[in-house]
Ligand binder design. Structure first.
Ligand SMILES: Nc1ncnc2c1ncn2[C@@H]1O[C@H](COP(=O)(O)OP(=O)(O)OP(=O)(O)O)[C@@H](O)[C@H]1O
Ligand SMILES: [Mg+2]
Length: 299
């Protein structure tokens, strides 16, 4: 399971999850793309489809027991769509237990690859879906504000991940403070150092969690050679300052053919693929294809 997230809106999460899904399916994998943006579903539009009759809303309302029951076929062979909740009904009253149920059901899906398209922002739903994936894929733009958002998003998601599993009340309190305290949020390395002062075993456990917290990165809408140098710079900084292992998957050029494809409801990877955007997307898709096989070998 892969989750496309990253804090900022409009950076290309839906474009990438849908088109990488198409790429993987065309390479013969059985793929489900799921619109987990509970605030504003639009993944079906990216697939060039009308909103299907069954959506995640049916799962949330217990009309469907499994996410598998709400998936619909797409025009692309081997590719299924889990359409999202169009009305913003679910998000505000989406309880923790419902979220757990949804994550469990995502995990039970029998596909070669499950791609979650997450919403913008750093709400708990988004952070928890990101952390629940085998690999979280950060999508960002080559702009300082977007990069900052992406750092903050990753830290928050990691702390949430620790917080969700933590039983010790004192450590929970420290995690809450790290996430919501008045001082700027510290990075995991610094935090683990503080935990080590009171509980060495716990600090070691957190260090392991950090080591195995798998994250990848896509920089979208690049326009220059300098922009293409940003992904390695981001992953280097995330390693040095915070201890995250972030794998750069490639850059996607800014290309008018992308917004045109969205407007015309013709996903670029489903049609002619000679544009720069399509070539870049295929390169990213290829990297993810490799990860699917890597993770399978590890199981
Ligand atoms: N590389 C690109 N070049 C040109 N336009 C792009 C590119 N990537 C995305 N876009 C355009 O940006 C718009 C926003 O992309 P998208 O909806 O995928 O972002 P998002 O991160 O899913 O946004 P949200 O957080 O609102 O769900 C799309 O309409 C698309 O046309
Ligand atoms: Mg989106």
């Amino acid at each position: 399971m892969f989750a496309f997230g990253g804090g900022k809106g409009g950076v290309g999460k839906s474009f990438l999850s849908s088109n990488v899904g198409i790429y993987l399916a065309r390479r013969g994998l059985r793929v489900a793309v799921i619109d987990a943006d509970l605030g504003g579903a639009n993944l079906h539009t990216f697939m060039g489809m009308e909103l299907p009759r069954t959506t995640l809303a049916d799962f949330i309302a217990h009309k469907a027991q499994n996410i598998g029951d709400i998936l619909v076929r797409t025009p692309v062979e081997n590719l299924w769509l889990g359409a999202g909740v169009v009305k913003d009904l679910a998000a505000p009253n989406f309880k923790h237990s419902q979220k757990q149920r949804m994550i469990r059901s995502f995990r039970h899906l029998d596909f070669d690859a499950v791609l979650l398209d997450l919403g913008a922002g750093t709400s708990y739903n988004v952070l928890d879906f990101f952390a629940a994936a085998d690999c979280g894929i950060l999508v960002t733009l080559p702009e300082p504000t977007a990069v900052e958002n992406c750092y903050r998003f990753l830290k928050s998601s990691f702390f949430r991940h620790l917080r969700n599993e933590e039983k010790d009340g004192r450590v929970k309190g420290m995690l809450d403070f790290a996430m919501t305290g008045e001082e700027p949020m510290r990075g995991p390395l610094e935090f683990i150092g503080q935990v080590a002062a009171i509980d060495r075993a716990k600090a070691r456990q957190f260090a392991d969690e950090l080591e195995y917290f798998r994250v990848a990165l896509i920089v979208n809408q690049v326009r220059s050679a300098e922009d293409r140098a940003i992904a390695p710079a981001i992953s280097g900084a995330l390693k040095r300052f915070y201890g995250f292992n972030v794998r750069p998957l490639g850059d996607i050029a800014y290309d008018d053919s992308i917004w045109l494809s969205v407007r015309q409801r013709q996903p670029i990877m489903a049609g002619r693929v000679e544009t720069i955007a399509a070539r870049d997307t295929a390169a990213v898709g290829k990297a993810i294809y490799g990860m699917v096989h890597e993770f399978r070998a590890m199981r």
